[in-house]
Design a protein around this ligand. Structure first.
Ligand SMILES: NC(=O)c1ccc[n+]([C@@H]2O[C@H](COP(=O)([O-])OP(=O)(O)OC[C@H]3O[C@@H](n4cnc5c(N)ncnc54)[C@H](O)[C@@H]3O)[C@@H](O)[C@H]2O)c1
Length: 382
C-alpha cells in the first residue's frame, strides 16, 4: 500500500495499451497531465518482443518491461520501489483476472471500462475489491469527468431541476457498418470486438452502452431498477450485437429512454444526455463539452459555460481558463488526478471519479438488458 506522501509521484505500471492500441496513449498522456504519476513498469502486449520494444521506447527500464501481467505483479511486489498503481487497458474480458492479480499484491487499480466482461466476472471482481481494504479502485468512465458533466451532477444535487422524472441518453457510433467494413475484412479491422469470449456479454453495451448508462446514473444520482431491452445485430457485415434500445425505470420512479448503437451511419461520437426534472431540464452533448444547457422551465434556456457562466463547480475540474477549449484528454486526466489525490490524502474529502460501485451497477444493467432482450420481458437489475 502506498504510504501517503503528497509531493512524491505515484509509480504507475501499465497492462495493455501497446503499439496501435486505441486507448493506450490516452492513458499515458492523461496520467502525466498533473505530474502525479511516473510510468515505471509495464506489459503492453501478449507478444513479449513487441511489449519489451515498446516499453523501452517509452523509457521503461529493461528489468521492468515484463513478459506478462502475472510476472509484473509478483516482481513489482518484491521490489522496495514497486508500483503503487496499475492501469489496465486490455480488452474487456481480461479486466477481472488482471485486476484481481494486482489486488492480491495490494496495488491500487485504474481500469478502463467495462468493469468486467460479464456479470459473473463483475461479481468476483467487486468482491475482491471490497475485501482488500488496502487498495482503491477507479474506472475510466471518462465522460463523467468532463467539468460540465460534474456541473450537471451538482445542479441536480442542488435541486435546480427538481425531482428527476425522465432521462434520455444515447451513444451512437457507426463502426460496425461503416463503408470501409465488409464481411471479409471485419475480423481484421474489428479484432476482439467480434469475439464473444473477449468482448464479453454484449459488444455494443460493453463497448459504449456502459458509458451511456453510467452517465445517466452519474448525473441523476439514480440507479435503474428494471429494464425492457431490445438488442439486435443489424449490420449484415458482422456477427455481433450492434444496436440496443432500452426502457429503464429508475429508483425514484423516473423513466429512462436509452439508445446505443455502433451501426448508425454518420453517427460519430453521438453521446448526448437530457435529464428532465419537475422544475426544469439539463442537456449535455459530448461534441460540445464545454457547455451545458439548463432550461429552468420558466423563461429562456440558459447556456452555462465551463468555468464561466453560472458554472462555479466546473472550475474544480478545469485547467485552462474559459474560452479556451478543453476536451477528452483533460477529462480523462481528471480521473487520474483525483485518484492520486485520494491515494495521497487521508481526509474524508468527496471524490468524483467512478469507482467499483458504479462499475458493478453498470455490469448488472448490461446483464439485465441481455436477459430482457432474450425473454422479451421487463427484468429486474440485480
Ligand atoms: N474509456 C474510453 O473512452 C475507451 C475508448 C476505447 C477503448 N476503451 C476500452 O479500453 C480497452 C482496450 O481497448 P482498445 O480499443 O485500446 O483495444 P486495442 O485492441 O486497440 O488495444 C489493446 C492492447 O492491449 C494489449 N493486450 C491485450 N491483452 C493483453 C495482456 N494480457 N497483457 C498485456 N497487453 C495486452 C494488446 O496488445 C493491445 O496493445 C477496452 O476495454 C475498451 O473497451 C475505452
Amino acid at each position: 500500500m502506498f504510504k501517503s506522501n503528497k509531493t512524491k509521484k505515484l509509480s504507475l505500471g501499465i497492462v495493455g495499451g501497446g503499439p496501435g492500441s486505441w486507448i493506450g496513449h490516452v492513458h499515458r498522456i492523461s496520467s502525466r497531465f498533473d505530474d502525479q504519476y511516473e510510468i515505471v513498469a509495464g506489459v503492453f502486449s501478449r507478444n513479449v518482443k513487441i511489449s519489451t520494444k515498446f516499453g523501452k521506447s517509452i523509457g521503461i527500464l529493461p528489468d521492468r518491461c515484463y513478459s506478462n501481467y502475472q510476472e509484473m505483479a509478483e516482481k513489482e511486489f518484491k521490489r522496495k520501489d514497486g508500483i503503487n498503481v496499475v492501469a489496465i487497458m486490455t480488452p474487456p474480458s481480461s479486466h477481472q483476472v488482471i485486476a484481481e492479480k494486482f489486488i492480491s499484491t495490494n496495488v491500487n487499480i485504474i481500469s478502463d471500462k467495462p468493469f468486467a466482461g460479464n456479470l459473473e466476472q463483475a461479481k468476483k471482481l467487486f468482491k475482491s475489491i471490497k475485501k482488500n481494504k488496502k487498495i482503491k479502485y477507479a474506472l475510466t468512465h471518462n465522460y463523467s469527468a468532463y467539468p460540465m458533466v460534474r456541473q450537471a451532477k451538482i445542479l441536480v444535487e442542488r435541486g435546480r431541476i427538481g425531482k428527476v422524472r425522465m432521462i434520455n441518453v444515447e451513444y451512437v457510433q457507426d463502426w460496425s457498418d461503416g463503408s470501409s467494413i465488409n464481411s471479409r475484412n471485419a475480423k481484421k479491422k474489428l479484432k476482439w470486438k467480434l469475439d464473444k469470449n473477449i468482448v464479453g456479454s454484449s459488444a455494443v453495451l460493453n463497448e459504449i452502452g456502459s458509458h451511456a448508462y453510467h452517465l445517466a446514473m452519474y448525473i441523476s444520482g439514480l440507479k435503474g431498477t428494471n429494464v425492457f431491452a431490445d438488442i439486435k445485430q443489424i449490420s449484415p457485415k458482422i456477427k455481433m450485437d450492434d444496436n440496443a434500445q432500452v426502457m429503464i425505470n429508475f429508483t425514484n420512479g423516473a423513466k429512462g429512454m436509452f439508445w446505443t448503437s455502433v451501426m448508425s451511419r454518420g453517427g460519430v461520437y453521438g453521446l448526448r444526455i437530457r435529464v428532465y426534472g419537475d422544475k426544469g431540464s439539463l442537456e449535455w452533448v459530448q461534441n460540445d463539452p464545454g457547455y451545458l444547457k439548463l432550461n429552468p422551465s420558466k423563461g429562456a434556456v440558459k447556456l452555462l459555460e465551463r468555468g464561466f457562466h453560472n458554472a462555479d463547480f466546473s472550475r474544480n475540474f478545469s485547467r485552462i481558463k474559459f474560452g479556451h477549449p478543453e476536451g477528452y484528454l483533460d477529462a480523462f486526466a481528471n480521473i487520474y488526478k483525483e485518484f492520486a489525490q485520494s491515494l495521497k490524502s487521508k481526509s474524508n474529502k468527496r471524490y468524483f471519479y467512478p469507482d467499483e460501485d458504479e462499475g458493478f451497477e453498470t455490469a448488472k444493467f448490461i446483464n439485465a438488458c441481455k436477459v430482457s432482450s432474450k425473454s422479451k420481458k421487463w427484468v429486474k437489475i440485480k
